[in-house]
Design a protein around this ligand. Structure first.
Ligand code: 16G
Length: 168
């Protein structure tokens, strides 16, 4: 329908050149030492989070199986988390008990900009959302990011300029 994006969800050329082994799901506590929270601090306020708090939140998320896909890109040489994005899945009654995806907390380390890592991680979440059966995937973003997200298949919602969605 008119709400379905006809922009490809990813550029096969981009992903073809990359080793999917570099795209990993968060392994847990160790990402605390790999700078995961410092990376998130490039997006918004993080606050002082102890390793215990981090692990507790991580375990709580992990127990909500199928709801939180915290995805990271790691520079394996440096042992640093350099990009991250989260797919959060919300359960619905509508549309035959559908699942709605939300793209959250997208961030690429400022030292690694210009390498299309944002495109890589968002594309990965797009594919993952479709894979886990989301009927749509949405995000909130600032005006200056709208062009980036529309290039990756997201469309603005009528009357809601800063919410963008892909319908699968
Ligand atoms: C952006 C993020 C959102 C994040 C928020 C944090 C994307 C697509 N959007 O809106 O996920 O949670 O910033 O800002 O990454 P806040 O701390 O002011 O809510």
């Amino acid at each position: 329908g008119p709400e379905t994006s006809d922009v490809p969800l990813y550029d096969p050329k981009l992903l073809a050149g990359l080793d999917w082994g570099d795209v990993t799901h968060m392994k847990g506590g160790g990402d605390y030492e790999r700078g995961f929270l410092q990376l998130l601090a490039q997006l918004t306020k993080v606050g002082d989070i102890t390793r215990e708090q981090f692990e507790e939140r991580f375990e709580t998320m992990r127990r909500c199986s199928g709801h939180y896909y915290v995805t990271v890109v790691e520079d394996m040489d440096q042992g640093k988390v350099i990009a991250s994005a989260t797919l959060a899945c919300e359960l619905k009654f509508i549309r035959g008990c559908a699942t709605r995806g939300r793209l959250e907390d997208v961030v690429v380390s400022d030292q690694y900009r210009g390498r299309q890592l944002g495109k890589l991680i968002v594309t990965t979440i797009n594919l993952l959302a479709r894979h886990v059966g989301c009927y749509k995937l949405g995000l909130d973003c600032r005006d200056d990011m709208k062009k980036f997200y529309s290039s990756l298949g997201y469309a603005s919602e009528p009357g809601n300029d800063n919410t963008m969605i892909i319908r699968f």
